[in-house]
Design a protein around this ligand. Sequence first.
Ligand code: ZN
Length: 75
Amino acid sequence: MPKGKRRSLKGLGAKYGSTLRKRYGRVFATLKLKRKCPSCGRWNLKRKSAGIWECRSCSFTIAGRAYDFTPSKTS
Ligand SMILES: [Zn+2]
């Protein structure tokens, strides 16, 4: 991790305490990850709402977890 550089924690200023901000940052980073659509293969799968993921290309909708789509990742 680069020194001094902070990950984007938009929406949260100096509020809520450091532990909660770190936790929020982790969820936020997970949310922003690119996801591959299982239907058309494009990296356009976005979280529509909690547990619902939708492909921007082919409108393929799939149920997933609230803040993450894949339950386990190898990265
Ligand atoms: Zn698709």
